[in-house]
Write a protein that binds this ligand. Sequence first.
Ligand code: IPE
Ligand code: IPE
Ligand code: MG
Length: 251
Amino acid sequence: MTDYSMALDPQKIPRHVAIIMDGNGRWAQRRGWYRVRGHVAGMESVRVVTRLARRLGISYLTLFAFSEENWQRPAMEIRVLMALMRSYLRRELTEMQDNQIALKAIGNLSQLPERVRRELEETIAATAAGDRMDLTLALSYGGRSEIVHAVQSLARDIAAGRLKPEDIDAARFSRSLYTADMPDPDLIIRTSGEYRLSNFLLWQSAYTELYVTDTLWPDFREAELLKALETYQHRERRFGLTQEQIEALEA
Ligand code: IPE
Ligand code: IPE
Ligand code: MG
């Protein structure tokens, strides 16, 4: 087994890591294969990264698995992705339970095929007791839709007289998002070298550290996650303050 303790400071393990798992298609196409083979290979990265995140004591791991925009992809690719999702949920259930991992999902889940939604709901219920790590899948997820959805629910509360407009602040707004029970991500990792958020956790990423690697998602394994975490640990998060103020707070 690899020794992880060397490079990482156990006091500075991020609480919440979110990953934009990108580059599956290119990984396969570079080998002259169909794109979907990249999605199959990417599932192994999901397993490896989840296992290591849990061992390192990361409390929240959020994986961008399918965006709202991804519904515009070829029907065949969507079918394969949905089938992979179901088989992943079935295969990983015991491992999640054994490791006290609670599965969660964020996104417009009603758009998912009935069978996927059912499998997802069953897995969420079957792992609900897990208290070591929340593994959240962003499925049919879009940050702007999430914000619009939150605005609608607050507007309904106002219309019904349950809420006053002046009582809405950032904290109240956060509680109306899909991520109500989660802290904001400390670190967002994006694979495959694209410098964009692609509509992922727009509100929540206000002060998130960003890490982009050229590595394609199917090649993103233990060493890559460790490198991302090491880089994160060397960042100075200032939240708008001066370096001196931060040092005083840390002292
Ligand atoms: C990420 O890989 C997986 C999903 C978006 C579902 P892509 O399928 O986007 O792969 P590239 O970016 O085309 O290489
Ligand atoms: C972002 O990847 C969504 C997921 C990783 C699920 P995309 O491949 O869809 O993003 P763009 O199209 O390159 O921005
Ligand atoms: Mg992509």
